[in-house]
Design a protein around this ligand. Sequence first.
Ligand code: NAD
Length: 350
Amino acid sequence: MSNKVKKLVLIGYGGMGTRHLGRLKSVDQIVVDGVYDIDKNKQNEAAKDGYKVYNSFEDVIKNKSIDIVLIATPNDSHKELAIKALKNDKNVICEKPVTLSIKDFEDILKIAKMHKKCFMVDQNRRWDENFNMIKKIYEEHSIGDVYEIRNYVQGSRGIPNDWRQLKSKGGGMVYDWCVHLLDRILYLNNDVKLKSLYANLSYSLGHEVDDGFEVTLLFENDLKVVLGVGTTNFIKLPEWYMVGSLGTMEIEDFELNGKYVTLEGELTKDTIPVEAGAGFTKTMAPRNDGSVIEHSLPDVKTDVCDFYRNFVNWIDGKEDPIVKNTEVMRTMNIINKIFESAEKNEVIKF
Ligand code: NAD
């Protein structure tokens, strides 16, 4: 394909679809041709917002001038839409979770290969600033060798009152959030194998799908990662917490409140015991002796639009995909193990 500007049609004019359209305004290599949504009200909304609206998905994929179809519909519909689009020689960007089974994902990849088309999953949270701060400190060993990372995303508003509450649609917080959190941790530890995982899911709201989870992953480099999501947490845990041999880092929230602290003195220098509750302790005595330095969070610059730019460059043969399908496959395999661990209440060993 030539390096011409690519024409894109968005499928699904909902929460995420409209966000994509906003972001695509800053991507010179892509022009939005139009929108298709199965819901007439959404079609009207899109028309009112000034977009060309297609009457059917068939009309989109039969239009030979369209290069890219962007699928932002509920999770159970991705497979069928993606396969139809690929069979009609469209490149496809697909929302996460890519599919609800490995077999469905394999079927998509087979068709993409057969038609020599690019298929990439929107793992956009790799561009979150807080994750990139963690990544920088982790990779630069600024707090020494990291052996524990905790990433919690918590709120108190339950699961949105839509398809996310339905099992058949791929609802629940594992498919909604764990896919992101896991993708990032695996991205950080691309070449490190997993030793084991243990997961619990919560059903405290009484839906047929999970409203939260906690997953503990142990990697072969002895890194322990805990990923947690809660939808009934009126007080949140810090979003990121990372412990290394020479320091600790905390990022409280998406607003990027946080810091990291590094050890400047000796780790085990003796100290005076402090009163603590009904007892006393030396082990847990605070470090108010000048033996640690507090640092601001590092500066990082991220631009989620690089995802779309990379997709176009991949189509044009100029770059490899940022989000590789092998990575997505690894994530989806582990998601299955998370469900298995929670159902059996067992540690899964790899
Ligand atoms: P939504 O319910 O707000 O929007 C989905 C839209 O798709 C609706 O307008 C609906 O009418 C339309 N739709 C349903 N089936 C369709 C079909 N067969 N053909 C055409 N249109 C159809 O949902 P959402 O929150 O935008 O989520 C959509 C997808 O985006 C999901 O896969 C979700 O997991 C993903 N998502 C990703 C992120 C992210 O950060 N990457 C954030 C939110 C949602």
